[in-house]
Write a protein that binds this ligand. Structure first.
Ligand code: XLS
Ligand code: NI
Ligand code: NI
Length: 469
């Protein structure tokens, strides 16, 4: 009996191996993949809460309206090409663990095109409308800028064709200014003029292809724009360089007629010890100093928020109240790990707080929720790529529903309103309009008794919050 079971198992394993081998077959010198990439994955559908199917949504129902807007329009979910199609599972201590059946182990242009086809099948099956990319994720680099640009043009031409066919869009594009060794001191903040120029040329091209693909935003993430030691760094000069770089990007945007939003993605460190766009407040201050507040918004990444010692909710609120909330890189870190682990978000309270801010902001378009998130090194099945995004999307959908419940119920807003009601007075209005000077306030104090100080009602606020989850 045992032998028989083992034989059946062996047969199944062989069948599966054969199946992959068959899928992997392709005509020898074409990038065309014969058949589907994800043959065993159906189109992901909404099946509701009672479903036990891991390849179905339990909460995310694209067409369902919440507070007058379809779920898909609240989120505008996007797949990050670099994690989903270039993530290998390699880490500083270990080799790649992911051996996707469509990969041939090269970084050729042919392979780039095949991956592009896989990307569009993936986002289509997942039911997502957007994708994000770095220039060097989607096409191999070249020995010269011209060669790199040529490779990029070929990959982008195919992307354009597949976008039209599948009715998909670019949420944002960006330039990879951190991998190549020339960027070891940074791009726009490199101590080397030739590297500054190279970075500018690379961003110029990345902006142009993002525009060509109809991208709705363009991101600047300054991974290496920062320092390892202040002793060898002229911080003032580097920040000035960063500003002139961004000003030139604005001029180029206008020149090519790109109407997308320019976004800066704050992160405090990693790979540098200190990254200049530390957090939302630091970045807003930088933009203000250099007269760039009208031209840029922020792309808040939740894992970066926690690295900078804030919550994602704090960073989103900071961006919102500065009129700068542009996009969300939806991911999360690990409370026991001190780096950017880029995990899919599964925390319902966190998702609820994120959505409270997004609703207050009236939505996030033309930005969206980009899954800047990757599978764990140990997750190696093709279906894991889908399951990871499904859980991320369901988590955000639950967050949206909870936040809507809290807003419709109104008691949390009422608690906050009541806390500040002493300012809803004549004197309060004078203070808030900046008309109350110190003499006036001193006079008022002399007329009154010791101030009345009410309870903050934090536990009541928490009780109301958790009752909506
Ligand atoms: C890295 C960043 C990066 C940007 C795009 O930590 O999150 O992935 O989103 O360059
Ligand atoms: Ni990011
Ligand atoms: Ni990140």
């Amino acid at each position: 009996m045992k032998m028989k079971a083992a034989k059946i198992l062996l047969l199944l394993v062989c069948l599966k191996a054969f199946c992959y081998a068959a899928q992997a077959s392709k005509s020898s010198d074409s990038d065309e993949w014969e058949g589907e990439f994800f043959t065993e994955i159906p189109k992901i559908k909404y099946e509701g809460r009672s479903s036990k199917n891991p390849l179905a949504f339990k909460w995310y129902n694209a067409e369902e309206e919440v507070l007058g807007k379809k779920m898909k329009d609240w989120f505008r979910f996007s797949v990050a090409f670099w994690h989903t199609f270039r993530g290998t599972g390699g880490d500083p201590f270990g080799a790649p663990t992911k051996h996707w059946p469509w990969e041939d182990g090269t970084n050729s242009l042919k392979m780039a095109k095949r991956r592009m086809r896989a990307n569009f099948e993936f986002i289509d099956k997942l039911g997502v409308d957007f994708w994000c990319f770095h220039d060097r994720d989607i096409a191999p680099d070249g020995l010269t800028l011209e060669e790199a640009n040529q490779n990029l043009d070929e990959a982008v031409a195919l992307a354009q064709e597949l976008q039209t066919k599948n009715k998909k869009k670019v949420l944002w594009g960006t330039a990879q200014l951190f991998m190549h060794s020339r960027y070891m001191h940074g791009g726009a903040t490199s101590s080397e003029l030739e590297v500054y120029a190279y970075a500018a040329a690379q961003v110029k091209k990345a902006m142009e292809v993002t525009h060509y693909l109809g991208g709705e935003n363009y991101v600047f993430w300054g991974g290496r724009e920062g320092y390892q030691s202040l002793l060898n760094t002229d911080m003032e000069r580097e920040l000035n360089h960063l500003a002139t770089f961004l000003q030139a990007a604005v001029r180029h945007k206008k020149k090519i007629g790109f109407n997308g939003t320019l976004l800066i993605e704050p992160k405090p460190q990693e790979p540098t010890k200190h990254q200049y766009d530390w957090d939302a407040a630091t970045t807003a201050n930088f933009l203000r100093k250099y007269g760039l507040t009208e031209e840029f918004k922020l792309n808040i990444e939740c894992n970066h928020a926690t690295l900078s010692g804030h919550s994602c909710h704090h960073e989103l609120e900071t961006a919102r109240i500065n009129g700068m909330l542009g996009n969300i890189d939806a991911n999360t870190g690990d409370p026991q790990v001190g780096w950017d682990t880029d995990q899919f978000l599964i925390d319902i309270p966190e998702a609820t707080m994120i959505m409270l801010t997004v609703i207050k902001n009236g939505g996030i378009a033309p930005g969206g929720f980009n899954f800047d998130a990757k599978l764990r090194r140990e997750s190696t099945d093709v279906e894991d790529l889908f399951i990871a995004h499904i859980v991320g999307m369901d988590t955000m959908a639950r967050g949206l529903k909870n936040a809507a419940k809290l807003i419709e119920d109104g008691s949390l807003a009422e608690l906050v309103r009541k806390r500040y009601q002493s300012f809803d007075t004549k004197l309060g209005a004078q203070i808030e309009n900046g008309e109350a000077d110190f003499e006036l306030l001193e006079k008022k104090v002399k007329e009154m008794d010791e101030p009345y100080v009410a309870s903050a009602k934090q536990e009541l606020a928490e009780l109301i919050f958790q009752s909506a989850l």
